[in-house]
Design a protein around this ligand. Structure first.
Ligand code: FE2
Length: 244
């Protein structure tokens, strides 16, 4: 695991070991939000080791477990066993996919009251494979994505895998929605644009995703390029910034 990287007063990322997906090494990443009551919202929990337990517990009490989509589920059972008092929230489809896990509730198109003052939320609609749940850390205006945009660090990839990532449109600094994922939105762009407009209205200043380099500067330009495949002829014209 990496040491935790603090992105703001109450936001950290910790990287776990890579998992392979069609031979491509996918780095795993957990995002941790510390809420005002010292409870932690754990996004996309990575492999739980004694070192990670100590690291996380030094930040606060793991209380809410969430995942952006139904393919981010590999390490949930370990977390549920380690923190039985934590409340697990399933992204759409995960509860059906993993009936062995127990969930307190399902993530929807608006934030749960437990974290609504500090973390906003929406479901990105339009895909035939899954509606990813997107989070927004309000105090730092950081967008938290799973697979909707990936931004692989070229320095961590072999020459072959750099080519694969470039072909898939996910090589930093020009990470976008992966080609295979965006194809699942075929004929449903209108629905997806509506979600994108809501996301842009948050006015993100930073972007952190489960796979790849976080974006801490020029987030607006990065996102407009990353979602350029959804762009209307007149561009993404919604006002930039709802949180001032
Ligand atoms: Fe992923």
């Amino acid at each position: 695991m990496s040491d935790p990287v603090q992105l703001s007063d109450s936001l950290w990322i910790i990287d776990g070991p890579a998992v392979r997906w069609f031979t491509v090494p996918f780095p795993t990443r957990m995002v941790i939000v510390r809420l005002a009551d010292n409870n932690l919202l754990i996004h996309s929990p990575i492999e739980l080791t004694p070192k990670i337990r100590r690291t996380v517990e030094a930040l606060g009490q793991p209380k809410y477990l969430v995942s952006p989509n139904k393919i981010h589920h590999l390490f949930w059972s370990n977390w549920q066993a380690a923190y039985p008092e934590a409340l697990s929230f399933s992204p759409p489809g995960l509860a059906q996919k993993r009936p062995d896990l127990s969930f307190y509730g399902e993530l929807g198109d608006s934030p749960e009251t437990f974290w609504a003052k500090e973390v906003d939320q929406l479901t990105f609609k339009g895909s035939r494979i899954f509606n990813e749940v997107v989070f927004f850390h309000i105090p730092s205006r950081t967008l938290i994505l799973g697979d909707l945009v990936e931004n692989f660090d070229p320095g961590t990839l072999s020459r072959f895998h750099r080519l694969v990532a470039r072909f898939g449109r996910v090589l930093a600094p020009h990470g976008q929605t992966p080609l295979d994922y965006r194809q699942s939105f075929l004929l449903r762009h209108l629905e997806a644009r509506s979600s994108l407009h809501r996301l842009l209205e948050w006015g993100p200043r930073s972007v952190v995703m489960c796979h790849g380099l976080p974006v801490t500067e020029n987030a607006e330009a990065f996102l407009k390029a990353a979602f350029g495949w959804l762009q209307e002829k007149d561009g993404l014209t919604k006002p930039w910034s709802r949180y001032g």
